[in-house]
Design a protein around this ligand. Structure first.
Ligand SMILES: N[C@@H](CCC(=O)N[C@@H](CS)C(=O)NCC(=O)O)C(=O)O
Length: 200
């Protein structure tokens, strides 16, 4: 059985949990409290020198970090990742968008607002994070004007990756009231078979 080293409160880890649940694949979950330094112990760094969760451990001991790489690996051969070259490239387009233009703002704003004390110096980053986060939401809203899901073929790991932090964007101070298509898409994701809500 595969093992996931993850933290339930992390959207990056929730991506992996959601996909495994939707695949119906059994897995072992080892909770790693990254907020309290458990990703920086010598034992954990030996598994992932980058000191981050999620981390997937295969049955034979091979280790794969990076949430979106894990999604690609796990989704291979399933309806959540097309075999078509163009559709796979579209999926990757949104996975890279999520990591470069979305997560660094929407996830980080959530972290700063929820986990750091009100007088923490990083609170000053919030206006810039929100400005850039709204830019990502604008891109998503525009795409969803003409598409039901992010990739033409239907619900895929691109939706899972983008859902992970978009559904909790409000925690970081993002108001989705002006994003009706994103709100409708969130509901479509939540209506997918074997969907599980993030619980922490
Ligand atoms: N690009 C990575 C980001 C992973 C990441 O930032 N993980 C955070 C939790 S969401 C973490 O482990 N932080 C702990 C640390 O940096 O020590 C991915 O998508 O997996």
């Amino acid at each position: 059985m595969k093992t996931v080293y993850g933290m339930k409160a992390s959207g990056n880890c929730y991506k992996v949990q959601l996909l495994l649940e939707q695949l119906g694949e059994p897995y072992r979950w080892i909770e790693i409290d990254s907020v309290n330094g458990e990703t920086r112990t010598p034992e954990y760094l030996a598994k992932n020198p980058n000191g981050k969760v999620p981390l997937l451990e295969l049955e034979d001991g091979r280790l794969l970090p990076e949430s979106n790489a894990i999604l690609c690996y796990l989704a291979e051969g399933s309806p959540y990742l097309s075999t078509d070259r163009w559709l796979r490239a579209q999926t990757q387009q949104w996975l890279f968008f999520e990591q470069y233009s979305h997560e660094p703002y929407i996830a980080v704003a959530r972290f700063v607002a929820k986990w750091l004390p009100a007088d923490h110096p990083r609170q000053a980053e919030l206006p810039k994070l929100r400005e850039r986060g709204y830019q990502a939401l604008d891109v998503m809203e525009k795409h969803l004007a003409k598409h039901e899901f992010f990739v033409e073929s239907g619900y895929s790991i691109a939706d899972i990756a983008l859902y992970a932090y978009t559904h909790e964007a409000a925690i970081g101070g993002f108001d989705l009231a002006g994003y009706p298509r994103i709100r409708a898409w969130l509901a479509r994701v939540e209506a997918q078979p074997r969907f599980v809500a993030q619980a922490y």
